[in-house]
Each structure stands twice: as structure tokens, then as C-alpha cells.
Design a protein around this ligand. Structure first.
Ligand SMILES: Nc1nc2c(ncn2[C@@H]2O[C@H](COP(=O)(O)OP(=O)(O)OP(=O)(O)O)[C@@H](O)[C@H]2O)c(=O)[nH]1
Length: 377
């Protein structure tokens, strides 16, 4: 972002209250996501009550969170009960619990939007099994719903001490790359646990692919018995060139969720990503909306045309029935409601979600009695 852009946008924003920015935290199990959320939460609290964030926990299986969530999926859905009722294993249980919660996510958004004037940051903690959020329909629905209402940034938490091997680093970057291209949201790589392992090596590898290739060559197991580079080595060498382009779209910060080091730099990156969201994500969202409206309109017209064609074929085949089928304005019992061709085409994007109102913030813990979840069978 150029400084000129930053100045003009901040001048425009200062006249009206900024919308809160949503931080979606994701990361491999054990990367330190919950500890990180707890750390940024306490950092914001320490700045004063007006800076307190709004925290949403989306992990139904977490036993204890080291932070108090304002909205907690566990208050609405009993994950153990879901596993039992649907006869699922742990991952299926988490996924189903998240799916069920997603059906009520509009209510969560309503609540968050009502707090928009008093809150600066909204923090979303996601399930420990990263793929349950990043590769599920409900994860995509939640991300899209949030990002279309409020500025949003993805914080991808990386276990730095476990990423020092070039192959692990590359796998982590490829995963980050896939999430970036899926969400298209501003993206921050958070190298966590820098108290154990500084993240300088990662920054160097991201800025200089030759340094990465040198590290790769010096790592054991990169050549076969004849001293030739292994298939994996050649693949990673080529990938490092491809990822060079991807790194340009990322911001990387090093933090220690234990000592609090680097948390201020993380928030500087979050604040900078607001501009990126407005400049890149919003216009893209607008384009996607327009194209969806266009395709819905086309589908509607196509359906209407096919209906009219079927109707004329029927009439050709059976002229007697067609004659009897004419509308008689004088007939008292003229029923016309079934002729409304629009009824089968519903633009659900404009609808409110169906279902009863449930204030998810007021539910008793671990109790979903009275909820009309779909049941199997
Ligand atoms: N030294 C050090 N340890 C950390 C740091 N952040 C987290 N940890 C430790 O890493 C382990 C995993 O942290 P969690 O916060 O539970 O990780 P998580 O990603 O939420 O794990 P899941 O609950 O499986 O999703 C814990 O033992 C933490 O104490 C850090 O910055 N430095």
C-alpha cells in the first residue's frame, strides 16, 4: 500500500465510524491457534475496555478455551450428542456440528452487526482440524457471509519450530496458497512460537528463492544413491519459483503467543489489510454478485421459455383439450394460482434464512433441546 493511498483512505474513514475488522484464525492442529487468540484478546483488552474484541468460537470439540467467547458454538450444539445421534466419529461430529451451526449463522451475523459501532475487532476461532473449516461448505458459507458484511482478514497460524525443514515449509506455504486462492481475502502468515524459533529463515526463503533452493540442496535426503536430485527435490525447486509470485500477496509477521512478542506488528498488518479488502475483495464481491444475478435471470428466462414451449406442444398434440382449457372470464370458479410460472424459481440469496429464531447467545450450555435440527432417516 502506498502512503498516499493510506492517508487519503484514513482521511475519508475518519469522518465516519470504521466497521470492525474480522480476523479469521486458522492453522494446523497444535500450531498454537487458541493460545494466539487468547494473546490477541488480552492484548486488545489491555488497551482499554473500548478496544475489547468480540470473540466467536467455532470449535465445537474444544474442551476449554483460554479466552471467553462472546458467542460459542458449544452453547448451541452439543458435539457429543451430535456424534451419538448421527452415529459419527470425532471429525464427522465436528463437521456436522459446524454444518448445523451454519444454518443459524445469519443470527450470529445480526448480533455482530448490532455491535459494529462499539467493537473494533471480531475474532473467529475455527476448529482445530483445519480442513473442517477450510474445505467444508459450512466453512466457505461462514467465510463468505462474514466477508460480505464486514472487512475480513485471514490469519494463518504456523508452528515455526516445526517448519524449519524446507519440505515442511513448502507444504505449509502450498496449503496457505490454496486457502488464499479459495477465500481471496487479505492474508497474514503468522509465524508463531518465535520464542522457540525465530522466523528469519522463513522470511529469507520467501524473499529469495535461491536461499530456499540452497537450503533444500543442503538438506539431507535430497539426492538419491547416485547423487542425483530426488523427484521431490526437483519438484520443490520448481515450486519455489511458482510460490515466489504468491509470496507477493502475503504479509508475514513473527509472533510469540506465549511472550506477546510481535502482537503489535500483527495488528499493524491487520489494520493495513483493511485497505486491501476495500480495494481488491469488495470490487470482486460486487462482480460476483452481478454475475450471479445475471445467471439467475438467465435460468429464470430459460425455465419460462421451456415452460412456454411445453405448453404449445401440448396444445398442438391435443387441440380439443386446449380449447376446453381456455380461460373463461365469466366463470365464477376460475382458479389461476397454479399458473404462476415464477413459483419454482426462488432467489434464495435475497431471503432470510428459514427457521425459528434462536438467540444463540442465551442458550443454556450444551443443550440443544427444542432445536429443530434435521434428523437422520
Ligand atoms: N513456546 C511456545 N509455545 C506455544 C506458543 N503458542 C502456543 N504454544 C504451545 O503450543 C501448544 C498448542 O497450542 P494450542 O493453542 O492448543 O494450539 P491449537 O492450534 O489451538 O491446537 P488445537 O487445539 O489442536 O487446534 C500448547 O502447548 C501451547 O502452549 C508460543 O508462542 N510459544
Amino acid at each position: 500500500m502506498s502512503s498516499a493511498e493510506g492517508t487519503s483512505s484514513s482521511a475519508a474513514e475518519s469522518s465516519e465510524k470504521k466497521k470492525p475488522i474480522v480476523i479469521i484464525t486458522i492453522g494446523m492442529a497444535g500450531a498454537g491457534k487458541s493460545t494466539f487468540v487468547q494473546r490477541i484478546n488480552s492484548y486488545l483488552h489491555s488497551k482499554g475496555p473500548e478496544s475489547s474484541p468480540y470473540v466467536i468460537n467455532l470449535d465445537p470439540a474444544v474442551a476449554n478455551t483460554p479466552f471467553d467467547a462472546n458467542i460459542d458454538i458449544r452453547d448451541t450444539i452439543d458435539y457429543h450428542k451430535v456424534m451419538k445421534e448421527y452415529n459419527l466419529g470425532p471429525n464427522g461430529g465436528i463437521l456436522t456440528a459446524l454444518n448445523l451451526f451454519t444454518t443459524k449463522f445469519d443470527q450470529v451475523l445480526d448480533i455482530v452487526e448490532k455491535r459494529a459501532d462499539t467493537v473494533e475487532y471480531v475474532i473467529l476461532d475455527t476448529p482445530g482440524q483445519i480442513e473442517i473449516f477450510t474445505w467444508s461448505a459450512s466453512g466457505a458459507i461462514i467465510t463468505d457471509a462474514v466477508a460480505s458484511s464486514l472487512p475480513t482478514v485471514v490469519a494463518y497460524i504456523i508452528d515455526t519450530p516445526r517448519t524449519t525443514a524446507p519440505a515442511t515449509f513448502m507444504s505449509n506455504m502450498l496449503y496457505a496458497c490454496s486457502i488464499l486462492y479459495k477465500t481471496k481475502l487479505p492474508f497474514i502468515l503468522v509465524f508463531n512460537k518465535t520464542d522457540v524459533q525465530p522466523h528469519d529463515f522463513a522470511i529469507e526463503w520467501m524473499q529469495d528463492f535461491e536461499a530456499f533452493q540452497a537450503a533444500l540442496a543442503s538438506h539431507k535426503g535430497t539426492t538419491d544413491d547416485e547423487g542425483e536430485p530426488t523427484y521431490m527435490n526437483s519438484l520443490m525447486n520448481s515450486m519455489s519459483l511458482v510460490l515466489d509470485e504468491f509470496y507477493k500477496h502475503l504479509t508475514a509477521v513473527g509472533v510469540s503467543s506465549v511472550t506477546g512478542d510481535g502482537i503489535k506488528e500483527f495488528f499493524d498488518a491487520v489494520d493495513a489489510s483493511r485497505t486491501e479488502y476495500e480495494r481488491e475483495y469488495l470490487p470482486e464481491l460486487q462482480r460476483a454478485r452481478e454475475s450471479r444475478e445475471k445467471s439467475l435471470k438467465a435460468a429464470k428466462e430459460d425455465s419460462l421459455n421451456r415452460f412456454m414451449k411445453d405448453l404449445s406442444l401440448d396444445r398442438e398434440k391435443n387441440p380439443a383439450a386446449a380449447a376446453a382449457d381456455r380461460w373463461d372470464p365469466t366463470a365464477e370458479e376460475a382458479e389461476d394460482e397454479d399458473d404462476d410460472v415464477d413459483v419454482n424459481i426462488i432467489d434464495r440469496s435475497e431471503d432470510a434464512w428459514p427457521g425459528q429464531y434462536i438467540d444463540v447467545t442465551r442458550m443454556r450450555p450444551r443443550n440443544d433441546e427444542g432445536m429443530s435440527w434435521p434428523r437422520p432417516g
